[in-house]
Design a protein around this ligand. Structure first.
Ligand code: GLY
Length: 328
């Protein structure tokens, strides 16, 4: 088993990464607690079953699969259900599933009764290497992605990379978009390994090292005021494209792949990125006109003083944040 300790000014927590961790999940859970397991209605039932068996006292809540569930309506429905079932502050929520589940459940945990604990059990590559760690939780509105949210760390993150075996190829590639991003912004050697190796064969390492990279950024800038914004490489245009297509056309990692290509200022770096994106069947462009994205880009959370903050990679393995490239 590999593990990482993440320092947070709110509370520090551990991330455990182990193939087949779900088969002995009970060891990681305090049986004196009441658990509310929250998941989407398309998750393989075998995972729900394993988590239920590991929690002596529990309630299961399911919501419709997909980004559209990160909505105010679904948030209200689940909060009302928790109230109806008299779930108190001493219960612990479990977010079992992908990034949508983690973001929605984490956001509910951050505000329900002014905050209850939650555990992340991510089952997709995207959520294992990114969204389950760092405490960013949020829901969307029609006008933008993650525009209502907070930074609220989980009690722990339990990662079983063997769950990725049931993931569709498209969902795996979706996560690869974020993994490639880590190589681009922070580690050229990692980028080269993603390019040349079969990631599936050594998945525990690739998940672990992605999180080692993420840890460096989130521990130094937990509240996303500077350095952590580097993790948003490709996301300014990526989020705008996702919102423009109302979350119907692209998965998050696919939109980020296009966003990374769009934002790069150096042709040579763009060429190398496109080569790796193609290896993982990720899209590299879209014919939407930049003007159509303007309103969505203007709402980007990194914007300050009317200037758009753009993360660029001038050389693979490091990044810069510029403020002047695109004036709003
Ligand atoms: N996914 C980017 C971050 O956690 O800051």
């Amino acid at each position: 088993m590999k593990s990482l300790d993440i320092k947070s000014s709110i509370h520090s927590y551990s991330v455990y990464i182990e193939n087949h961790l779900l088969d002995h999940l009970k060891e990681h859970l305090d049986q004196n607690l009441f658990y509310v397991i929250i998941s989407d209605d398309n998750i393989p039932f075998v995972y729900i079953d394993k988590v239920k068996k590991a929690c002596e006292n529990h309630l299961l809540i399911l919501f419709p699969e997909g980004e559209k569930s990160k909505s105010i309506e679904e948030f209200s429905r689940i909060v009302n259900l928790l109230l109806e079932k008299s779930i108190r502050k001493d219960a612990c929520l479990i977010a079992l599933g992908g990034g949508v589940t983690g973001d929605l459940v984490g956001f509910i945990a951050s505000v329900y009764l002014r905050g209850v604990p939650y555990i992340q059990i991510p089952t997709t590559l995207l959520s294992q290497i990114d969204s389950s760690v760092g405490g960013k939780v949020a829901i969307n509105t029609e006008k933008g992605k993650n525009v209502i949210g907070s930074i609220y760390p989980p009690q722990k993150v339990l990662i079983d990379p063997s769950t990725l075996e049931t993931l569709s190829e498209r969902q795996f590639s979706n996560g690869m978009g974020e993994m490639i991003k880590y190589g681009m912004i922070a580690d050229k050697n990692f980028f080269e390994r993603i390019k040349s190796e079969d990631v599936h064969k050594n998945i525990e390492y690739f998940v672990f090292h992605s999180l080692e990279i993420k840890k460096q950024f989130i521990e130094q800038d937990e509240f996303d005021n500077g350095l952590r914004q580097s993790l948003n490489f490709g996301h300014t245009f990526g989020h705008a494209i996702e919102s423009y297509y109302k979350y119907n056309k692209y998965l998050h990692g696919e939109a980020v792949a296009i966003g990374m290509v769009m934002v790069l200022s150096k042709a040579e770096v763009r060429k190398q990125l496109i080569e790796v994106l193609k290896k993982y069947n990720l899209p590299t462009d879209d014919n939407v006109h930049l003007g159509e994205l303007k309103d969505y880009i203007n709402r980007d959370k990194k914007n300050r003083n009317q200037l758009l903050k753009i993360v660029d990679v001038l050389e693979i393995g490091s990044c810069v944040i510029t403020k002047s490239q695109f004036q709003l």
